[in-house]
Design a protein around this ligand. Structure first.
Ligand code: C2E
Ligand code: CA
Ligand code: CA
Ligand code: CA
Length: 267
């Protein structure tokens, strides 16, 4: 048994270091990608209940020289663990600001940007965003920062979130209802929008009513928040969400994430 354990540990260590090697390699490549400009901004259109284009969510992609176009699932984890999510996240914010300042200036479209916990823990984040708004002369009310619920809300993070809101920026609770403290967040800091997670509207593929989704919608409305539904994949889902007065719809049924030029063709 001792020798089995030893073999297992040897195997385990070699697997672990293999994994570690891959992570290190990926981290090096991420640094290069940032320096060489290999990230791409994709935009997934968002529509109101009448089907009018209202804005988009910015979703990052990595144009990898060998592996092709990668989605965040392939690299966000390493970006978070290595801290590289800060400069990467700032790159995304800058791209969004350039769009709002440039081609989207004469529209009233909104852009939503995902913000990671690490960015919010960073003392410089608020300063970055403030100078971005000033430099690009942005209308802050056209920018939405999407915050995921897994975020550990320290007093520092809460006050930073409130300061962002005072600047006029919109805050959105992403993946709403999937974390364990969704309701507590609503109590701890003010937000402008909640994003009803896909898991709550998925059942509409087989059922014609989903009391849980309906209740979350009612909650959002009672609190006077804007409601966004993500992961809309079918006509029945859209119908349900329209019927219950969800403000903004996003999902493959309406439009997939697309490169910026394709999005601009919609204008
Ligand atoms: P998320 O913020 O929940 O974004 C929604 C994800 O669902 C996106 O995946 C989007 O492409 C996908 N999606 C949209 N509509 C549908 C649909 O109808 N059906 C299905 N099955 N999926 C749909 P994506 O682009 O792979 O991004 C995955 C996650 O990566 C995002 O989840 C977000 O948490 C993170 N992410 C993306 N861009 C950024 C970024 O710039 N910064 C940070 N920190 N995280 C990002
Ligand atoms: Ca999001
Ligand atoms: Ca989401
Ligand atoms: Ca998600």
């Amino acid at each position: 048994a001792r020798s089995d354990t030893r073999h297992f540990l040897a195997f385990y260590n070699s697997e672990l270091s293999e994994w570690q090697r891959e992570q290190n390699q990926l981290e090096r490549e991420l640094r290069e990608a940032l320096a060489d400009g290999h990230f791409r901004l994709y935009l997934q259109p968002q529509f109101d209940g009448r089907g009018q284009l209202r804005g988009a969510e910015a979703l990052i992609r990595w144009q990898h020289p060998q592996r092709g176009l990668l989605t965040p699932g392939d690299f966000i984890g390493v970006a978070e663990r290595s801290g590289l999510i800060r400069p990467i996240g700032y790159w995304v914010l800058e791209q969004a600001a350039d769009l709002l300042h440039g081609p989207l200036q004469d529209t009233c479209l909104m852009l939503s940007v995902n913000v990671s916990v690490h960015q919010l823990r960073d003392d410089d984040f608020l300063g970055h965003v403030t100078s971005l708004i000033r430099e690009r002369q942005l209308a802050p009310e056209r920018l939405v920062l999407e915050i995921v619920e897994s975020l550990l809300v320290t007093p520092g993070v809460t006050s930073r979130l409130q300061a962002l809101r005072r600047l006029g920026i919109n805050l959105s609770l992403d993946d709403f209802g999937t974390g364990y403290s969704s309701l507590r967040y609503l109590q701890e800091f003010q937000v402008d929008e909640i994003k009803l997670d896909k898991v709550f509207i998925d059942p509409l593929q087989h059922q014609d009513d989903v009391p849980l989704a309906r209740s979350i919608i009612a909650l959002g409305k009672a609190l006077g928040l804007r409601l966004v539904a993500e992961g809309v994949e079918s006509a029945p889902q859209r119908q349900f969400l329209q019927k219950h007065g969800v403000d903004i719809l996003q999902g493959y049924y309406l439009a997939r994430p697309e490169p910026v030029p394709s999005f601009l063709d919609r204008l």
